[in-house]
Design a protein around this ligand. Sequence first.
Ligand code: ADP
Length: 273
Amino acid sequence: SRPVRVSLRLHPYGEGRLLLLSRDVTTLEQAETMRRDFVANVSHEIRTPLTVLAGFVETLQNLPLAEDDRARYLGLMAQQAQRMQSLVNDLLTLSRLEGSPTPGTGEWTPLNTLTTRCESDARALSDLLHKQHRLVFEAPPRADVAGSSSELLSAMSNLVSNAIRYTPDGQAIEVRWQLDDSGDLEFSVQDTGAGIAPEHLPRLTERFYRVDRSRSRETGGTGLGLAIVKHVVQRHGGEMRIASTPGAGSRFAFVLPAQRVRQLSGSVAQPAT
Ligand code: ADP
């Protein structure tokens, strides 16, 4: 049983009578609180890098600096600008996802294509961050999936990029698609990182929820990645599965329903090219 907020109003109702109108406004109030929290969070997330940026601009304007200090400051400024850019990009992605109709079943994409693109994104990110993980992309089943290929790719890449960012360097990350007996299709990313304590798991897909704020920022996180994945997956009629063991690693997955899956003859694994 949940607490309920009720709005009560009295209306004149005929001669000498009053009508008591009651309305459950719980959902309305919750939506309003969520909207307010969201605006406060966005403002805070933008203000932090902006403050740092403005501080450096002032220093550069007012202090005579040695050339290498100048270069270092400019590097830090570029980092903050980049952070704001990622944030705005993720916010735009979220708002597009919320405002556009559910992807139909007219566009079919081979799993192989999605996997190949996801793998090349992952290797590029890994190089950019100078990481040496053992990235294993298993060859997918021979099947096509219906929906928006760009959204699905972004969901896959978000999960892989989290595994890269939160797994200690050198350890293994395994990425695979699996069909189950009912024809549902699961995409999973298994890492051997630090894992996440159980109390955090239910909140991970909330916007701006982070287990470790500073670690997320350090690795370029906006706190919106898993919220985007959840949206994409729900829009495709699927659901997310998150499991983690502290000290052993995490498994982030999503399942797409059989209606969005077209198995190709033989359904034997094909090599990811
Ligand atoms: P962020 O931009 O902070 O990574 P996400 O929405 O992608 O935002 O993830 C939310 C939080 O979930 C992260 O800040 C991190 O604490 C946790 N998280 C996500 N993926 C992993 C993972 N593979 N291993 C450990 N923690 C993770």
